[in-house]
Design a protein around this ligand. Structure first.
Ligand code: SAM
Length: 291
């Protein structure tokens, strides 16, 4: 069998051969540990019929494991310097397609239509560049792609926030944004030593499984997220203080009081104690007052 791209020796040889230097600004930390790569791909529960979208293949360490476990893979890579390297390293895997593009600017719906079959099982699997983790995950969710879920390696602190429950220190507006669209579970913690170069932070692999319907039904999705952000604007403040300084004008304070009483949410609570369902109730009740 061929030697993996990801062994420390192969990685070093590939980088040296091509004179590749890492760009910190692109979050380039490449994986050199086959156990972790196996764990990431296993977490995605792929079958031989699955399609995979990867973001940031680097020199192909994870792509190779994805290729072995799936029917078709498409990977978005922003760094042009990696294209000739990937052409070489992934030559044994003709069912892998590399797209030279910033994933944040890509029309992923069009890519899916072009490269995958209708109704095919689809997962996003990635070791994400840390400088844009949240925008990438939010784009994947908000674009409402026909995917089963996302398995990705991200900074541990961000993973803790994505999977946090109400009332915990990590619960914030990002937890709600993610959990609105998906269920989140942390799969494994990953030490810095499995990357070259080693990043400054620890990492976690997280699995997001898309919900068939959002976690709560709301009248206006955009306004729901506005209410969530306002409620978390200053963590130490009460819900009342955050809402009246960020969302509700002075002249409407009495109405706000009446609304909170009616939906039985104590204005003295902090945003971080509200469940996603309570935020849904709050947003729907506030909608006629604000819009
Ligand atoms: N998958 C490889 C691995 O695990 O060894 C590399 C992962 S590295 C953390 C992140 C990769 O994402 C790099 O190859 C980087 O060039 C690429 N990248 C950074 N920003 C990107 C963007 N906006 N769109 C697509 N790729 C991006």
């Amino acid at each position: 069998m061929r030697k993996d791209i990801s062994t420390p020796q192969s990685t070093k040889a590939i980088l040296e051969k091509h004179g590749f230097t890492f760009k910190k600004s692109l979050g380039q930390n490449f994986l050199i540990d086959r156990n972790i790569l196996n764990n990431i791909v296993n977490a995605a529960d792929l079958t031989e019929d699955s399609g995979v979208i990867e973001i940031g293949p680097g020199i192909g360490a994870l792509t190779e494991f994805i290729a072995r476990a799936s029917k078709k893979a498409v990977a978005f890579e922003i760094d042009q310097r990696l294209l000739p390297i990937l052409e070489e390293t992934l030559a044994p895997y003709p069912h892998v397609e590399i797209i030279h593009s910033d994933v944040l600017k890509a029309n992923i719906h069009a890519v899916i239509k072009e490269h995958f079959e209708e109704g095919q099982d689809l997962m996003v699997v990635a070791n994400l560049p840390y400088y844009v983790t949240t925008p990438i995950i939010m784009k994947l969710l908000q674009d409402k792609l026909p995917i089963r879920g996302i398995v990705c390696m991200i900074q541990k602190e961000v993973a803790d926030r994505l999977a946090a429950s109400p009332g915990t220190k990590d619960y914030n507006s990002l937890s709600i944004a993610i959990q609105y669209y998906a269920t989140a579970e942390t799969m494994i913690k990953v030490p810095k030593t499995v990357f070259v170069p080693a990043p400054n932070v620890d990492s976690s692999v997280i699995k997001l499984t898309l919900r068939k319907e959002p976690a709560v039904e709301v009248k206006d999705e955009e306004f729901f997220f506005e209410v969530v952000r306002a409620s978390f604007a200053q963590r130490r403040k009460t819900l009342w203080n955050n809402l009246t300084s960020k969302l509700v004008t002075k002249d409407k304070k009495e109405e706000l009081q009446a609304i909170l009483e009616e939906i039985e949410i104590d204005p003295k609570r902090r945003g971080e104690t509200l469940t996603i369902q309570e935020f849904g109730k709050l947003a729907d009740a506030l909608l006629p007052l604000i819009k």
